[in-house]
Design a binder for this molecule. Structure first.
Ligand SMILES: NC(=O)N[C@@H](CC(=O)O)C(=O)O
Ligand SMILES: [Zn+2]
Ligand SMILES: [Zn+2]
Length: 344
């Protein structure tokens, strides 16, 4: 039995650090052992320009613990009005690594997102020309499409045509949740990848809905049935470099989750690599964790891999009931329960 696992320092290719006073807790959490993270731009208001991204970068750096070398990687929030010239500027900044497509209304703070892809074809051309990835929240938003089908319908009706129209565009299908997404990514060109969260590897919709409704498991895209969870586990542990780590750790204050109409998002940054280790261990695939967590994302983005290591030990610890989050608290995944791995 493996009791110590040393891997190259991992990166998180999809996280929500929020803004303002919340950075005081979210940044130290991600900086504990991640080398870099792709910082989602769905703030209020969103991060739409290079100047705004650089300003957000500085606020994150200001909240970084003094000894830390953690590096935030910035993302622009795509809107119907995004200027195609912004992409060259973003690339030249050296700080912006990607642009994020939120279909308008698909998820938290996405109302300013894109209403029709045709509105941003000019931007997508520039992204392909600058070899900058488009990150995609892959769900349709039509009221008549069932919430459990929204990822698959997005792939069939939006993503497939998009990859045909822009065959050279690098795309990350973020936080995939279905066997359909796994299949699509496996069959697509090498420059089409996907992130997978720890919670979609560890849980399915039963965890959210059986024996009472558990709002802290509610995230988007929503947890699916167990067969989809199994497909994600197989993909993440397959050693296929198209699949890499993106926690989608998405904190909301406790009152925004435990409510008649609760927000979407689960907090996992308190124990991200530890939770992934549990999932990989379940699959007898701890030897595949390093590629998924520390190599494939950097390779996909064309960035150097980190050159130091972290060590996980198999040691149980108790997760607090909540953590400070701005003026409130956030309830993390596994709150009050135990986690089987700890980072030294
Ligand atoms: N995943 C979520 O359920 N929520 C995210 C938004 C997102 O990544 O879609 C958030 O910002 O809260
Ligand atoms: Zn999303
Ligand atoms: Zn997210």
């Amino acid at each position: 039995m493996t009791t110590h696992l040393t891997i190259t320092r991992p990166d998180d290719w999809h996280i929500h650090l929020r803004d303002g006073i919340a950075l005081q807790s979210t940044v130290p959490d991600v900086a504990r052992y991640f080398g870099r993270s792709i910082c989602m731009p769905n703030l209020v208001p969103p991060v739409k320009t290079t100047d705004e991204a650089v300003a957000y970068y500085e606020r994150i750096i200001a909240a970084r613990p003094s000894a830390s070398l953690f590096e935030p990687l910035m993302v622009l929030y795509l809107t119907d009005q995004t200027d195609a010239n912004e992409i060259a500027k973003a690339k030249a900044s050296g700080k912006v690594q990607a642009v994020k497509l939120y279909p308008a209304g698909a998820t938290t703070n996405s109302h300013a997102g894109v209403t029709s892809l045709e509105n941003v074809y000019g931007v997508l051309e520039q992204l392909a020309a600058h070899d900058m990835p488009l990150l995609v929240h892959g769900e349709v938003t039509h009221a008549d499409i069932d919430i459990f089908d929204r990822e698959k319908v997005f792939i069939d009706t939006i993503l497939m045509p998009l990859t045909q129209r822009f065959p050279n565009l690098k795309i990350v299908l973020e936080h995939i949740t279905t066997a359909d997404a796994v299949q699509f990514v496996q069959g697509a060109a090498a420059h089409i990848g996907a992130t997978i969260t720890a919670h979609h590897l560890l849980f399915n919709r039963n965890h959210m809905l059986v024996g009472g409704i558990r709002p802290h498991y509610y995230c988007l895209p929503i947890l699916k049935r167990q067969t989809h969870q199994q497909a994600l586990l197989a993909a993440a542990t397959s050693g296929n470099p198209k699949f890499f780590l993106g926690t989608d750790s998405a904190p909301h204050a406790i009152h925004a989750k435990e409510a008649a109409c609760g927000c979407a998002g689960s907090y996992t940054a308190h124990a991200a690599i530890e939770l992934y280790a549990e999932a990989f261990e379940q699959m007898n695939a701890l030897d595949k964790l390093e590629g998924f967590a520390s190599f494939y994302g950097a390779d996909f983005y064309g960035l150097a891999r980190n050159n130091d290591t972290i060590t996980l030990v198999k040691e149980e610890w108790q997760v607090p009931n909540n953590y400070d989050f701005g003026q409130s608290v956030v309830v993390p995944i596994r709150a009050g329960g135990t986690i089987g791995w700890r980072v030294l």
